[in-house]
Design a protein around this ligand. Structure first.
Ligand code: NAD
Ligand code: LMR
Length: 326
């Protein structure tokens, strides 16, 4: 049996947290042979709820669950962690954009970046989910100067999965047949869901759908899906978000499937002409916790405009939080 690894989940008393921790304990995220210790963080007022989550984790009798600890301090929750899933943050309500959360949530990621820097395992991998996720990832990373930028990422896997589902429905194919779809940019209404390189089985996705469906139906549906879920449920996505977290971490740590890639928001290195110094969603291939941005994809003029629009939004968000970026 492998030695247990430590996984911190922030906001673990919240709705995404509740949908997530059982999957991690079941081995879905890090593999069926990897024991885990869950280090759960929430605010002091939420500790009674967190106790209830811990009771249910115990009652589920997961063979891979080697321990659960509960915390209301980030320094304690992040002690020696190998993986940190930063979910805890305010969600948006109806009529809001995710960027509207920046003012309320940014400070959380300053404090948590500093805490990770101080106490996490030096090889920790950090996924930022709390919105606006891309800019919060930048804040956390810049406040953790002793950790490397490649150890941080933000989540656009939910958008990737939404795009898979929309394309599967339109083509009548299963999601497992679809590869090489890309979400570019910000986890926001400016993201670009790109089918130019996607394949459905052996066929190019662009041969199976019309240009009109792409522009008028598919792209806006993926951009607006989070808002549509909020409108329907009265709350933002939780089950699908938890599944996206598990898939993002699984592929980052255990590797992306051959012949495919994952959409991950990582620190831009200038690939595809995107400004450096923002967490931007690119097509990435991963091996053993290291990502590489897929290079050499042909980007036409129409796509480039979309890549640039979502880049601009991230640059604007970065200016708003410039005072929080040491
Ligand atoms: P929620 O309100 O149900 O839960 C949030 C939890 O975070 C609460 O328990 C709250 O007490 C806790 N929290 C607040 N401040 C904290 C802090 N400083 N430290 C630790 N915990 C803290 O919200 P939710 O629906 O679980 O969503 C959580 C966040 O995830 C939101 O910002 C939401 O917008 C975001 N989200 C992102 C994606 C994505 O794809 N990137 C998907 C779904 C949700
Ligand atoms: C989502 O995409 O479902 C989440 O980011 C929640 C939201 O605010 O849309």
């Amino acid at each position: 049996m492998k030695a247990p690894v430590r996984v911190a989940v922030t906001g673990a008393a919240g709705q995404v947290g509740y949908s997530l921790v059982f999957s991690i304990a079941a081995g879905d995220m890090l593999g069926g042979d990897q024991p885990v210790i869950l280090q759960l963080l929430d605010i002091p007022d939420a500790l009674p709820v967190l106790e209830g989550v811990a009771m249910e984790l115990e009652d589920a009798a997961f063979p891979l669950l080697a321990g659960v600890t509960l915390h209301d301090s980030a320094e304690a929750a992040f002690d020696s962690v190998h993986y940190a899933l930063l979910v805890g943050a305010k969600p948006r309500g109806p009529g809001m954009e995710r960027g509207d959360l920046l003012e309320d949530n940014a400070a959380i990621f300053v404090a948590q970046g500093q805490a990770l820097d101080a106490v996490a395992d030096r090889d920790v991998r950090v996924l930022v989910v709390g919105n606006p996720a891309n800019t919060n990832a930048l804040i956390a990373q810049r406040n953790a100067p002793h950790l490397a930028a490649h150890q941080f990422s933000a989540m656009t896997r939910l958008d990737h999965n939404r795009a898979l589902a929309q394309l599967a429905r339109q083509t009548g194919e299963g999601v497992a047949r679809i590869r090489r779809l890309t979400i570019w940019g910000n986890h926001s209404a400016t993201l670009y869901a790109d089918l130019d390189h996607a394949q459905v089985g052996d066929r190019a996705a662009t041969e199976l759908v019309t240009a009109d469906w792409r522009r008028a139906t598919f792209e806006p549906a993926v951009q607006q899906r989070g808002g549509a879920v909020i409108k329907a449920r009265g709350k933002s996505s939780a089950g699908s978000a938890a599944r996206a977290i598990v898939s993002h971490m699984h592929d980052w740590v255990l590797g992306t499937p051959p012949e495919d890639w994952a959409s991950m928001s990582v620190l831009s290195d200038g690939s595809y002409g995107i400004a450096e110094g923002i967490y931007y969603s690119f097509p990435c291939r991963c091996t053993a916790g290291r990502h590489e941005i897929v290079q050499g994809l042909e980007i036409n003029e129409a796509s480039l405009k979309r890549l640039k629009a979502t880049e601009q939004e991230l640059l604007d968000e970065r200016s708003v939080v410039a005072h929080l970026l040491p």
